[in-house]
Design a protein around this ligand. Structure first.
Ligand code: AMP
Length: 215
């Protein structure tokens, strides 16, 4: 299956898409993770991406599209993939469609995780991130006894873009540039709206049911 996960920052698309990718045994591709890795490594891509990400803005379309196309051309994507956080603009969605058509494939479903605005701000400001394994934990839902990652033991951090000013900017960017993608995929007949309720298990169940996947 070739899947896209849509949803506002904080909707839980990262956590859910990782879980679905594991169940389907297909690669999980997160543009945010690719940028964060490059920022950590101090690459030229990381330096450029950081100048946008730290302000809550989107990384330019052409740069982002070329990274994703390179990744989708890899062998492990030939039997399916999950894109998490891409596309984020109509331009990116059209570029993705062009790429998919060129390899005689299509996006099967765009899963749109819906969460109300107050919960988004709460989730973003209370989440902790593991720079080693990319795990994300909400302090109200994961009983963290220390600042060590419950999965791999590395030190958890608060993402630089999870601060109140940057959260505000990211949500504005989402409404302006990314939210129109739900109409885009609805018109193509592949949009699946899923209620992003609190708790990973419940949300995941909603997503799997929408996709017709039995766990
Ligand atoms: P995420 O981890 O998906 O929340 O992404 C973190 C940040 O990376 C976003 O707020 C953007 O600044 C940038 N980013 C991730 N994916 C994209 C994309 N598809 N297009 C442009 N910028 C992106």
């Amino acid at each position: 299956m070739n899947l896209i996960f849509l949803g506002a920052p904080g909707a839980g698309k990262g956590t859910q898409s990782v879980a679905v990718a594991e169940i389907l045994n297909i690669p999980h591709i997160s543009t945010g993770d690719i940028f964060r890795y490059n920022i950590k490594e101090g690459t030229p891509l990381g330096k450029e991406a950081d100048s946008y990400i730290s302000k809550g803005q989107l990384v330019p379309d052409d740069l982002t599209v070329s990274i994703v196309v390179d990744r989708l051309n890899k062998d492990d994507c030939k039997d399916g993939f999950i894109l998490d956080g891409f596309p984020r603009t109509i331009y990116q969605a059209e570029a993705l469609d062009k790429f998919m058509a060129s390899v005689d494939k299509k996006i099967d479903y765009a899963v749109n995780i819906q969460v109300d605005e107050d919960s988004l701000v709460d989730r973003l400001s209370k989440r902790r991130f593991c720079p080693a394994c990319s795990g994300t934990f909400h302090v109200d839902y994961t009983p963290l006894t220390s600042d060590d990652c419950p999965t791999c033991g590395a030190k958890l951090i608060q993402r630089k873009d999870d601060t109140p000013e940057v959260i505000k900017e990211r949500l504005e960017t989402y409404h302006e540039k990314t939210a129109p993608l739900t109409d885009y995929y609805s018109e193509k007949g592949c949009l699946l709206n899923v209620e992003g309720v609190p708790g990973i298990e419940k949300s995941l169940k909603n997503t799997l049911t929408a996709l017709g996947i039995e766990k």
